[in-house]
Ligand binder design. Sequence first.
Ligand code: NAD
Ligand code: UGA
Length: 457
Amino acid sequence: MANILCIGAGYVGGPTMAMIAKHCPEHRITVVDVSAKRIEQWNSENLPIYEPGLLEVVQEVRGRNMFFSTEIALGIEEADMIFVSINTPTKTYGEGAGRGTDLQYWEQVARAILSNSKKKNVIVVEKSTLPVRAAAAMARILHSESNGVHFEVISNPEFLAEGTAIKDLTEPDRVLIGGRSNESGHKACKTLADLYAHWVPREKILLANVWSSELSKLFANAMLAQRISSINSITALCEKTGADISEVSHAIGMDKRIGPHFLQASVGFGGSCFRKDILHLAYLCEHYGLPEVAEYWDSVVSMNDYQINRFFKNILTSQFSTLANKKMAILGFAFKPDTGDTRDTPALPICRKLLEERASISISDPQALDNARFELEGVEGEIHYEQDPYLACQGAHSLLLITHWQEFRQLDYQRIFDSMAKPAFIFDGRNFLDHQHLFEIGFNVFPLGKPALSHLQ
Ligand code: NAD
Ligand code: UGA
């Protein structure tokens, strides 16, 4: 039996450790965090994050072989293996501001591990997404003093997506482990691989060198985001030419070499990682003297900003270039469905722009209203939050579909239309609704990358 510790009880630390605890009942797993509130929530029925299926797994393992605690030093003292799953945000100050990774929390954790570790051999697993060579920097700190502990730092990036975390963790496409190519490195990688092998087929557990592992994580996110920016760039061309983005996406996705995934046109990608990780990747390229490569990846983020802005401008121009005193119903504030996470959600810049135009906004989201309140705290203007989407739409001039929650497709749009100001507009930022049906009800419908259906001359 080993004592496994995870530092950081967030969207990654909580679900990944719950999955390890579920499949490895012989090991004791402790998850620690500086936030007492988060730990308290993990120890309750009201978990700090909304993730389908997560509560059931936590209920199965909590108190059996999984524990949540704020006792970080004690946790480190007892640990044979330490996962580090803290946030690695973009730096907001000094050199690399707005692009590089802020490594201060990472370094604090390294120093806490160095001061408190007591076991003879400790494996440190880099779970957070970090710049290439961060594991080596961590190893340097850990070996800066001789406290009798042998540390082996390995990289094991996480590829789960929010909203499908439990499925992604249960049946991962692959598990990637990067370690040093010496005996100690191999041994540490094997120990971690054996843990995953409790439920992941061996052929899906890949071993690599540390830097390949770190880079693969950044690059995987950059590639996924690049597909979205590519399809979104073509929505603009479709709107000019009369082509239909859904038909184009379907046609190119049937090519096996391209594949159908991540070709869903949208108001723009969001989430805590895509923008952050691409900016880190571009910054790394700059750092290593590759400005052309950095520029290439930066353009993926610029295209996303362009798409968000284009969506907003379309709302403004199609409503006679004034939104002052008009009510806008915002359906969905989370960055994607099945999560309450609003980090870097496209809903935020859109709401800000609407408020700057002196529109009032009324936001409805099944899981993200508390986070929406937090994101919009201090922003000037008239903002309403409604759990009930029908109330959010009542008296509105326009309805903006930002997050494609399944329940938004099942609404009674005739009832919504009857309660709205006329002419009534729908801007579908996900091409998710039945546009022809909405048009027949009487809405003026503005999809992405396909002709608008308008009753106005
Ligand atoms: P998060 O903000 O939800 O959780 C991080 C937690 O770490 C917070 O609860 C914070 O209080 C805690 N923390 C910070 N410093 C600490 C310290 N010194 N000691 C103890 N606890 C500390 O972040 P997240 O979304 O779980 O992401 C964590 C990492 O995983 C990031 O590097 C991210 O890029 C990566 N990642 C995230 C996802 C995702 O879907 N969210 C997926 C794959 C990878
Ligand atoms: C993403 C990756 O998919 C994960 O593999 C990765 O582990 C994670 O980032 C991370 O490192 O944090 P996540 O951000 O949770 O996961 O969600 P995605 O499903 O990737 O969606 C990201 C954004 O892209 C969302 O706003 C989504 O609506 C948007 N999207 C996705 C599109 O606009 N079109 C698509 O076709 C797919």
